[in-house]
Ligand binder design. Structure first.
Ligand code: AMP
Length: 511
């Protein structure tokens, strides 16, 4: 039989020989490598006992806990497909994902079972279990009676391991299908590129429903056999408490801004740190420099997305080059990046254009969207990232990429992606509204803040407060605009397109 390509088998190859060593530490307790293996075995045995077909989706909308990570690992081990959902999503949003992905198993917290169970069953899920922030719930109760040994399912490299939903520009979310080979190739590449070591201690504060916290951070530590300090979210007091014991931290730019805002953060806090990594949204050059001055550490910025995992990274090893602020570094080993014009012709260094990528990390396509998948790849297999970038430039080596914009009009607020179209559609459907435009404006804390501009129908008035209240009912908090402006007409160009750049300038400062 050919080698098992199951991602868990790959990650497990990095577990340390001493299985009693601590793998995950929380403020309340610690889990050894043996615990990871035994608990994920129990959950995997439970999943297997449900007798759902191989490749069935397991949809999970739960708070971060060590058990939630074990559930992810158990899903891999059982040969099922993990489908994490942002905990901020409301019922109406979750309904779409369950309808589209048709999961056989749905896991939610006890306090959501009232709406989640009937919803999941109505969409065809045969099993609904619960997992709470404290690691309790019906999932863990049922798993407790299972065998702590499990032989990980045999998977081919191209078998699906996970589906990550990304919001679509049309307002319809797309499920990015990631294979075992996609995820393991990226994990193995990053392990050597970032110099992961078994004596690393990672401060893990990112959510685990997203590529950054679930794959980049967790896979890195698991594959290195390194300890994770596992916190539910960014909490500056906790971060300052743990950082002096850590060697590595990953964060979205907001995390670095928040650390800098606290006068206690200094060189002493970072005395054992070897690496701070930033990504998911652009890191301001000012933040990079201020961080360097305060801590003596140079943040490493990398670039990637749900569909591809990590694509480029500033170097860890100074022999490979410098970490340059405002850039996301060269393509990772084994991955190729190019910048092209509107007809897919490569551009010269220094010229901005569409960023495209090829490599073993690039996903298998969008779930049940063959046409969309076809459009997002060139005929010769390059994936269109939707980002606008430039290779090289003044004082920047030709292989370093800088992200200069987003052709998809995406807003990134506090590391979360918000697609304007989705919010515009909800506002446009409200009484008295003619049309709307949703934009991102600079925000010192979140990077960008969501702002909505709307035009009432002729002769009607619209109350911004009522629109806001209406949006809060159906949308995750991070998508709800920080400010709503009611105006007479949207600025448009000669082609009739709304000039969002004009709106961004006009409303750049939040009152
Ligand atoms: P997601 O799929 O949620 O990870 O979002 C991916 C998008 O985040 C990319 O297509 C980029 O637009 C953006 N992104 C990720 N990392 C960076 C970065 N370092 N700088 C600028 N944009 C980034």
């Amino acid at each position: 039989m050919e080698r098992n390509a199951n991602l868990y088998t790959v990650l497990q190859s990095g577990f340390p020989a001493d299985r009693q060593a601590v793998a995950i530490e929380t403020p309340a307790c610690a889990y050894s490598w043996q615990d990871i293996d035994a608990i994920s075995s129990r959950i995997a045995n439970l999943l297997r006992s449900l007798a759902v077909p191989a490749g069935s989706r397991v949809a999970v909308q739960v708070d971060k806990s060590p058990e939630a990570l074990m559930l992810y690992l158990a899903t891999l081990r059982a040969g099922l497909v993990y489908l994490p959902l942002n905990t901020a999503y409301h019922e109406a949003e979750v309904a779409y994902f369950l309808e589209d992905a048709e999961p056989a198993v749905v896991i939610c917290p006890d306090n959501a079972i009232g709406w989640c169970e009937p919803l999941a069953r109505s969409k065809g899920a045969a099993h609904v279990l619960t997992l709470n922030a404290d690691g309790q719930g019906s999932l863990m109760r049922a798993a407790a009676g299972q065998d702590p040994d499990f032989v990980t399912a045999h998977n081919a490299p191209d078998d699906l391991a996970a589906i990550l939903y990304t919001s679509g520009t049309t307002g319809r979310s797309k499920g990015a299908m990631l294979t075992h080979a996609n995820l393991s190739s990226n994990a193995l590449t990053l392990k050597s590129y970032w110099g992961w070591r078994s004596d690393d201690v990672l401060l893990h504060m990112l959510p685990i429903f997203h590529v950054h916290g679930l794959f980049v951070a967790s896979h890195g530590a698991l594959l290195a056999g390194a300890r994770m300090i596992w916190l539910p979210k960014l909490d500056v007091d906790q971060a300052l408490h743990y950082l002096p014991r850590c060697t590595l931290m990953m964060g979205v730019p907001t995390y670095y801004v928040r650390l800098l805002a606290d006068a206690r953060f200094d060189r002493e806090t970072c005395r054992h740190m070897r690496l701070f990594i930033s990504g998911s949204a652009p890191l301001l050059v000012d933040t990079f420099r201020e961080f360097q001055a305060r801590s003596g550490m140079t943040i490493l910025e990398r670039y990637g997305m749900s569909e591809t995992g990590m694509i480029t990274s500033n170097p860890y090893d100074s022999a490979r080059g410098e970490r340059l602020p405002g850039t996301v570094g060269p393509a990772l080993p084994g991955i190729t990046v190019r910048v092209v014009d509107d007809v897919d012709q490569p551009l010269a260094a220094g010229e901005p254009g569409h960023v495209q990528v090829r490599g073993p990390n690039v996903f298998a396509g969008y779930w049940r969207m063959p046409e969309k998948t076809r459009q997002e790849f060139t005929l010769d297999g390059w994936f269109r990232t939707g980002d606008i970038g430039v290779l090289g430039g003044a004082d920047v080596p030709g292989d370093y990429l800088s992200i200069v914009g987003r052709s998809k009009d995406l807003i990134i607020t506090g590391g979360y992606n918000v697609y304007p179209k989705e919010i515009e559609m909800v506002i446009d459907a409200m009484p008295g509204v003619q049309e709307s435009a949703v934009i991102g404006v600079p925000h010192p804390d979140f990077g960008e803040a969501v702002v909505a501009v709307l035009v009432p129908r002729a002769g009607e008035t619209v109350d911004a407060g009522a629109v806001l209240a209406g949006l809060k009912v159906g949308l995750a908090n991070f998508k709800v605009p920080k400010k709503i402006h009611v105006i007479d007409a949207l600025p448009r160009n000669a082609m009739g397109k709304v000039q969002k750049n004009v709106l961004r300038q006009r409303y750049a400062s939040l009152p």
